[in-house]
Design a binder for this molecule. Sequence first.
Ligand code: NAD
Length: 499
Amino acid sequence: MSELTHWINGEHVKGTSGRFADVFNPATGEVQAKAPLANADEMAIAVAGASAAQPAWAATNPQRRARVMMRFVALLNRDMDKLAEALSREHGKTLPDAAGDVQRGLEVVEYCIGAPELLKGDYTNNAGPGIDMYSMRQALGVSAGITPFNFPAMIPMWMFAPALACGNSFILKPSERAPSVPLMLAELMKEAGLPDGCLQVVNGDKEAVDAILDDEVVQSIGFVGSTPIAEYIYSRGCANGKRVQCFGGAKNHMIIMPDADMDQAADALVGSGYGAAGERCMAISVAVPVGDDTADRLIAKLLPRIEALKVGPYTSGNDVDYGPVVTGAAKANIEKLVQSGVDQGAKLVVDGRGFELQGYENGFFVGPHLFDNVTKDMDIYKKEIFGPVLSTVRAQTYEEALGLAMDHEYGNGTAIFTRDGDAARDFANRINIGMVGINVPVPVPLAYHTFGGWKKSVFGDLNQHGPDAFKFYTRTKTVTARWPSGIKEGGEFSIPVME
Ligand code: NAD
């Protein structure tokens, strides 16, 4: 079993706290590595290194910083297969899905190559007699990011690429359940030319996170993970005067209108509900067919598709639809929630309980589940399950379906399937959810737009990636400069007003 490290000041550094987390191979259930869990002293060393490296990095011409990103993109493409394999081995997702995880991060790095343009700022010539005014965006200093297990490549890159492109140094605290790929990304950033200290990877758990939250040098914190932890990090980080953005959990509804193409809707639901074993914050976990006839037609289309799903380890080839969930604890939590659904009266139309895969009996595989007749008061509706479990809530009208999605506490993503442009437009306008798909089940915005939910799926003002990231990772400074010929004539004592 290997012992993983931290990445501090451009090299692998062994953990000194004496505490470790088990990193599993979810397909076999074996512990494949130990990840060190940093204490406050180790975090302080990483922050000190980041702080020392940052001024020179911020003073580097933005085009040179962008060139590091360019080389990083080339290295990601070179190592794509290696990264995807390491990711699948720790996370459990299929190889094509793991490559997609890397690719969606890479696209944000590509966007960051535009840093010189994005950081240019604003300039007003002759704002007053002899006066020019200009606004510039300057790096914050040391930024930090705390990331979840489910996108071990994409989400770290969504954070550190814009932070670094803006001239910050960055402390990444990845999930202790999938720490290998973030370390590989840091190695590649060094190979791409990033100076040592600018990107530190510190593995850990709550102790490391609390050290970040209380460190006076750290200026900003990005977090992606579950809502209770998002709320905690947001409130403690803000109380400590930091700029904080936290992205939390989800319960994404898909409304299926009676006029929808039912084959298209069923295909979309199967991919978005069961892909990555449901461990995506943009997975559809609630199907809301409008009308009983729509519900019956939808379920009839879903059943053969769910029965045909291939569940297996990533090593079984690219026709596997989804793999195991990340840990035994995650599996137990899903099973508990499924049981609560049965106990609370939902109809389990596809029962994935007791699923076993020959040769992988100790793996964390969960069979696909489909519930019908789910109601608003049930735990399977209220809580995020984060597993291959799709719940059907029957609505009688479009307004009832819309109201369900609007009343849910989460507001990450949603979708409507219909042939009616008017219904789709009304839905997009009225819904109180951050990312909306129209006949698109997983509407993850591309790198040059921004990503973020509403309601309890987010804490903070700015979204991830796209133009918002360049705002989050910089402060605006506005300079008013006067070079008049008559400056030697003496001071002015009334407040200046532009004429
Ligand atoms: P998690 O909240 O358990 O962990 C996220 C991070 O927080 C990890 O780095 C972990 O080490 C740290 N952490 C855990 N407990 C902590 C504590 N008590 N104090 C301080 N830090 C702590 O989330 P997860 O299980 O890794 O990821 C799944 C969750 O992330 C789901 O809820 C999913 O919806 C959400 N998610 C949201 C988005 C989004 O953009 N909204 C994207 C991906 C995942």
